[in-house]
Each structure stands twice: as C-alpha cells, then as structure tokens.
Design a protein around this ligand. Sequence first.
Ligand SMILES: [Zn+2]
Length: 286
Amino acid sequence: MSSFPVTRLRRLRRTSGIRNLVRETRLDLDDFVMPLFVGTRLGVRAVILFGIPDEKDEEGSGAYDDDGIIQRALRALDGSELVLLTDVCLCEYTSHGHCGVIRNGEVDNDETLELIARTAVTHVEAGADAVCPSDMMDGRVAAIRDELPETPIIAYSAKYASAFYGPFREAAESAPAFGDRRGYQMDPGNVREALRECDQDVAEGADVLMIKPALPYLDVIRAARERFDLPLAAYNVSGEYAMVKAAAAKGFLDERQAALESLTAIKRAGADLVVSYWTKELATWL
Ligand SMILES: [Zn+2]
C-alpha cells in the first residue's frame, strides 16, 4: 500500500462530478417506504399503514375487525400502484396502549399471538401486499406464517425500547397507560440479542428483517447485514425525523442536507430498504 505523497485521497473529492463517479452509497426512491396515518403522496412507491381507531378496548379488537380502519383503508387503496405494507400490532387499538393482552398486570405473550395472526389475516384479505409485525412477542412470525404461507413478512426483528418514538406515540395516541414496553421491546444496550431475535425470525419464516430505530442503532444494522442474507429494513423513526425538523426550524442546520446525510448513513450501514417520514420529501429531492 503506497502512502502520501503518492496516495492523495483528496484527488477523488475535487469536483462533484468525480465524487459522483466514486460514491459508494446512493439513495433511490425505490428503496423507501412512507409511514402513513392516512392518505397518499405523489412519487412515493410504498407505504406502511398505521391505524388510528375511534374506539379502543382491552383486547384491541379494532386491530382484527374486518371493518377496521386499516382494513377499510386497504380496500380504498385497492388498485393503486402503491406497495401496501401494514403495521401489525395491537397497541393502537388497546385501551391500555400495550402491544398485547394484559393478564396479571403483564402482556401475555402466547394469548397475544393468536390476535396478532388474526390481525395479519384481515389485512391480507383486505389487500395488504406484506405484513409487518411490530409487537416483539416471541413466536409472532411463526404464528402469522402458519396462517399466511404466501404473504411476505417484514419482521420488526430488533425493535428497541427507545425514547425516539415520542412524536409517533403522540400522533397515534398509543402511549402505554401504565408501565412501559421494556418487558417486550429490546434493551438499547444489546446487539447480540438483536442477532438472536433475527435468527428466530428467520427460523420462523420472515422474509425481511427490520431494525428500529435506525440512526442510534447503525451498528445493529451493520451487524445484521454481515450475519444475514435476507433483505434488511431500517425504520428511521419519528424522533430522528423530528429532531432534524426542529433544529432546521431554529436555523441550526439545513434540513435537506441533514436528512440526505442521515438516510445515506442508514443505507451505508447496510439497510436495503428504509421506512422514513422523509420519503415524500425525498420524492422531490432526488
Ligand atoms: Zn405495538
């Protein structure tokens, strides 16, 4: 390996034309998924739908109601060009805001599985192209796979108990009424455990693995990329987006530059597809 002055790495950074030629990571709108609470946006290729039901109950029955908000939205979007993904979880539909049914003050894993699978089935019957279980119960991918052998499952394999979900919970009104989600979502300090979660999901029949959040967990994305050959997704969550928005609103940084840098970092770490609230802006930036 030669060194300076023979090697001058700045030679390939001199002009934007040269930088473009040798760029290792590029953003392509085809790789981005827009999270939607309602409606569609021009240019966006794929959306993931989250329901905000009028009524909630202990068992989250709105999640698996054939006439539920997501099921109706899917039917309304039938025939559109969009790839329709759905978030499969009970927390937006439960009166207590947890991702499963509560027994003795705790989320009951096995009893929740049946409702998660039932929710996924109603989504597919209403037109979902792929389902994305986000509850972090053990065995949920297998429970869905049993019912839906033909449907792609994008598993939120390593979903961390993160402070960065704040703005989403505000919008989806899904903050837990008591306690927190640390009994089922992952501890932010762990990366080997994330790979075990991915292993489980692969064994249970997942088609795509997802890491959530993205920016504070780039090392986890990289570790999963190196270990698994499945397509890898990363969820650039509401808090990551809101931080940049807020800083840009104060004039501290340029939103477009900061967003493109953040999304490039997520791709560079190894994500094949990215769920991001910037997808609609990206449609105009790219
Ligand atoms: Zn949930």
